[in-house]
Write a protein that binds this ligand. Structure first.
Ligand code: NDP
Length: 248
């Protein structure tokens, strides 16, 4: 019987960085489940990527639904080999105006759901010869950025969780790594930068390569960390940032 190609889950795969990761996976013949809340966006992504792309609409902040969601994917498509925890939300607001509810909402999507989804996927990976997990951080965890307190807390947590997951899961054949994208041209960064020329100038000033990144730059890094070429790499945070994290 012909062996089925690998199966990946990319959260937030309907747009921006997630869509570019899904595109690279599909080009590499990896069947790729993309998860998001907006069905229209997911359908458009599938039209663009073709039949190896499998859209699944779900709100990852509904933690109680995640075990059934993962079970549904495994039942429908077989064992999951790769999980990319890319879905995330941001909010730009001065420190004293952020409410407890807003802070919690960002932590729920960016951290708690990453933990809960990873836990469910790992349960299946353990019985299926392991896999690769890729978390997505941000420059906000590399240095202080004003007006993004909850986002910064969430991305710093992601980097800590990457290490904790890597030491616990790597002995069992699951590599866990993290990509820290620099400033990448997507809707999210447009919201943060386009009405704030001073911030944009600051970003460019400390990016040695002098340009914003593209979602495909992150897609290539994710494909590397998902595949056999990175078989001895686990627990790392890889900046893909044109040098922004080390810029003066
Ligand atoms: P986008 O806003 O374009 O994409 C975010 C994706 O996450 C969307 O597809 C959205 O889908 C999905 N998502 C958000 N909340 C949920 C939820 N509750 N359930 C399911 N899906 C959800 O942003 P980017 O592509 O820019 O960001 C992707 C990741 O990269 C994020 O983790 C972000 O923090 C990180 N990042 C981005 C940088 C940049 O410069 N753009 C820099 C550093 C990090 P839907 O709306 O359909 O639910």
């Amino acid at each position: 019987m012909e062996q089925r190609s690998k199966l990946a889950i990319v959260t937030g795969g309907g747009s921006g960085i997630g869509l570019a990761i899904a595109a690279k996976f599909v080009q590499a013949n990896i069947r790729t489940v993309i998860i998001g809340r907006d069905e229209k966006k997911l359908r458009a992504a599938q039209q663009q990527l073709g039949t190896l792309c499998i859209p699944v609409s779900a709100d990852l902040a509904q933690l109680n639904n995640l075990p059934a969601l993962v079970q549904q994917i495994v039942t429908g498509h077989g064992p999951v080999n790769i999980l990319v925890n890319n879905a995330g939300i941001n909010m730009k607001k001065i420190f004293t105006e952020v409410t407890d509810e807003e802070f919690q909402r960002i932590l729920l999507t960016n951290v708690t759901s990453v933990f809960a989804l990873s836990r469910e996927v790992v349960k299946h990976m353990l019985g299926n010869g392991g896999g690769a997990i890729i978390n997505i951080s941000s420059m906000a965890a590399q240095y202080g950025i004003p007006k993004v307190i909850a986002y910064t807390a969430s991305k710093s947590a992601i980097e800590g969780m990457t290490q904790a997951m890597a030491v616990e899961l790597s002995p069992q054949g699951i590599r866990v790594n993290c990509i820290a994208p620099g400033f990448i041209a997507t809707d999210m960064s447009a919201k943060a930068l386009n009405n704030d020329p001073e911030r944009k100038q600051k970003v460019m000033m400390r990016t040695p390569m002098g340009v914003l990144g593209t979602p495909a730059d992150i897609g290539d890094a994710a494909l590397f960390l998902a595949g056999d070429a990175s078989r001895y790499i686990t627990g790392v945070v890889l900046p893909v940032d044109g040098g922004n994290s080390i810029g003066f």
